[in-house]
Design a protein around this ligand. Structure first.
Ligand code: PNS
Length: 183
């Protein structure tokens, strides 16, 4: 549970960073960014977007739970919450003024730069920090992981074990539903 914090001033140094995303599902690329951010900031808040219009495989609760389980050993240093509405409003509700985003390739840059510029326009005191993805994660995206996993492909090098198990369960559920006679 986050307390409504006082808007951080531009000059005040911060110890908390917010890492927002859809995380449908969490990938090894996300895990790496969260781990690296937690070595720089005392606390990382993973903010899971609630977006009812997006066709998500995992519910918001499932996504929060999977990330929480993955980072259980980080205790208070990594916390996982869900948010809806504007990201900058969420960041204002914390004691942070730093947004972390990962960059995998040049092709990510246009979208990420646009988001960072819009967020700065909305809230000039909030800064976006980019961390470059490790080379071995540069081809991984939640979209690709979902597609491959649901078609029975091996995604074990792309997601943590908790997510791998959850993906297998989803696939089994889906196959069971498809196998059911209609009447
Ligand atoms: O993992 P994603 O889907 O690339 O994350 C995108 C996210 C959640 C960071 C972005 O869609 C977002 O901030 N949404 C909240 C609405 C908002 O603030 N929009 C204005 C900035 S684009």
């Amino acid at each position: 549970m986050l307390m409504k914090a006082k808007k951080p001033q531009k000059s005040s140094p911060v110890t908390t960073a917010v890492f927002p995303g859809s995380f449908d599902p969490l990938t090894n690329g996300h895990v790496d960014i969260i781990e690296r951010a937690s070595e720089i900031f005392k606390r990382v808040i993973v903010a899971v977007l609630f977006n009812p219009s997006k066709d998500a495989l995992f519910s918001q609760g499932e996504r929060v739970e999977l990330i929480t389980r993955q980072f259980a050993r980080y205790k208070g240093r990594v916390s996982v919450v869900s948010f809806s509405g504007l990201l900058v409003d969420f960041v204002h509700s914390t004691d942070s003024r730093v947004i972390i985003r990962g960059l995998r390739a040049i092709s990510d840059f246009d979208y990420e730069a646009q988001m960072a510029l819009i967020n700065r326009k909305l809230a000039p005191q909030i800064e976006t920090f980019f961390l470059t993805a490790r080379e071995e994660h540069s081809y991984i995206s939640s979209t690709v992981v979902k597609q491959v996993a649901l078609l029975g492909g091996d995604v074990s090098g792309m997601v943590p074990k908790v997510v791998l198990d959850a993906l297998s369960k989803k696939r089994l559920e889906r196959d069971r539903l498809r196998a059911k006679p209609l009447f």
